[in-house]
Design a protein. Structure first.
Length: 329
C-alpha cells in the first residue's frame, strides 16, 4: 500500500510539473483562445483572406513574411504594424520597406471589431493571416495558438538589429534562430516559406556583380548556378532597386516544396538560401524534401510556425488590445 501511494504521489507530482512546464512553454497561448469571447474571429479572418488571395495572390508572400518580421523583433506582439510620425518605427526600417498588405490586416481588424470590439489582438490577427494565406495558396493549414496581446513600442533600430539579412551565412543563421528559441530544423523548414513571394533585386545583386566586393568584372557568387546568374542578370541591373523577381520561379504564387529543389540545384535566390547546403542537418533536410516532394514539409511547416508564433509573446495583463493596429490606444 505504501509503495502504491508513493507511486501515485510521484505520478501526480510529475503530471503537475509537466503541466506547469507545458503552460510556461506556451506562455499563456492556446488553440481556440477566443472560442467564447469572439467565436467568429477565425472565420472572419479566413473569409477576408480567401477573398484577398483570390483577387491578389501576390500578397500571400508579404503577409506571411509580416509574421516573421513581427516575431523576430520584440516577439510576436504586433509592433511591426505601428506607424510613427517621425518614421522611426519597425516598418520604416529598410528590411521592412518591402512589406505589403498592412491594409489587409486593417480590413480584418475592422471586421472583427464590428463582431466583438476590443477582444482580438492585432498580433493574433497577424498570426492567423499568415496561416490563412498559406492555406489559400494551396499550402498546409495548422491550428494557430492565440491569446497574444499587443505591444506599445516599435523601434526602427531594433528591426535593423534583429531581422536576418538575406546575405547571412549558416553559422549566423543558426545562432540567430537559437537566440529566438528556434531549432536548426525550424530554420530550414521556415526558409521554405520562400516558396511564395518576390524579392527586390537589391537583396541579391551583390551575388551577380560584386560578390567579393573587389569590383572585378563578372564577379558572381560561385555557389550560384551560372545559368541562373545569367537569367537574373537579364532581370536585374547592378543598381536596380525597384524590379521584383520571383523567389520560386514558375510557382511563386503556390505554396509547394519546389523551393528545396531549387536550393539543391544551386538556384536559391539569397545567400541565406544557399547557406542551407553548408550544414549537415539543413542540407539533409533540403535533399529529403527535394527528392520526396514534400512528404513531411507541409506538416513540419505548421509545427515550426507554431514554434515561431511563441517568440516573446505578451499575455495576461501585459500590453493591450489595440483598437487600431497601426496605433496604440
Amino acid at each position: 500500500m505504501a509503495t502504491s501511494n508513493l507511486f501515485t504521489s510521484f505520478f501526480l507530482c510529475f503530471v503537475f510539473v509537466f503541466f506547469i512546464l507545458d503552460t510556461a512553454n506556451a506562455q499563456g497561448l492556446k488553440v481556440g483562445f477566443y472560442a467564447k469571447t469572439c467565436p467568429e474571429a477565425e472565420i472572419i479572418v479566413k473569409k477576408v483572406i480567401t477573398q484577398t488571395i483570390s483577387e491578389a495572390p501576390s500578397l500571400a508572400g508579404p503577409l506571411l513574411r509580416m509574421h516573421f518580421h513581427d516575431c523576430f523583433v520584440r516577439g510576436c506582439e504586433g509592433s511591426v504594424l505601428l506607424n510613427s510620425s517621425t518614421k522611426q518605427a519597425e516598418k520604416d526600417a529598410v528590411p521592412n520597406l518591402s512589406l505589403r498588405g498592412f491594409q489587409i490586416i486593417d480590413k480584418v481588424k475592422s471586421a472583427i471589431e464590428k463582431a466583438c470590439p476590443g477582444v482580438v489582438s492585432c498580433a493574433d490577427i497577424v498570426a492567423l493571416v499568415a496561416r490563412d494565406v498559406v492555406a489559400a495558396s494551396k499550402g498546409p493549414s495548422w491550428e494557430v495558438e492565440t491569446g497574444r496581446r499587443d505591444g506599445r513600442i516599435s523601434n526602427l533600430t531594433e528591426a535593423l538589429l534583429n531581422l536576418i539579412p538575406p546575405f547571412t551565412n549558416i553559422t549566423t543563421l543558426k545562432n540567430d534562430f537559437l537566440q529566438k528559441g528556434l531549432s536548426v530544423k525550424d530554420l530550414v523548414v521556415l526558409s521554405g516559406g520562400h516558396t511564395i513571394g518576390t524579392s527586390h533585386c537589391s537583396s541579391f545583386t551583390n551575388r551577380l556583380y560584386n560578390f567579393t566586393g573587389k569590383g572585378i568584372v563578372g564577379d558572381a557568387d560561385p555557389t550560384l548556378d551560372p545559368n541562373y546568374v545569367l537569367r537574373l542578370k537579364s532581370r536585374c541591373k547592378p543598381n536596380d532597386v525597384n524590379t521584383l523577381v520571383e523567389m520560386d520561379p514558375g510557382s511563386f504564387k503556390t505554396f509547394d516544396d519546389d523551393y528545396y529543389t531549387l536550393v539543391t540545384k544551386r538556384r536559391g535566390l539569397f545567400q541565406s538560401d544557399s547557406a542551407l547546403l553548408n550544414d549537415p542537418e539543413t542540407k539533409a533536410y533540403v535533399k529529403l524534401q527535394a527528392t520526396t516532394h514534400g512528404s513531411t514539409f507541409f506538416k513540419d511547416f505548421g509545427v515550426s510556425m507554431v514554434n515561431m508564433g511563441r517568440i516573446g509573446v505578451l499575455t495576461g495583463n501585459a500590453g493591450e488590445i489595440r483598437k487600431q493596429c497601426s496605433r496604440v490606444n
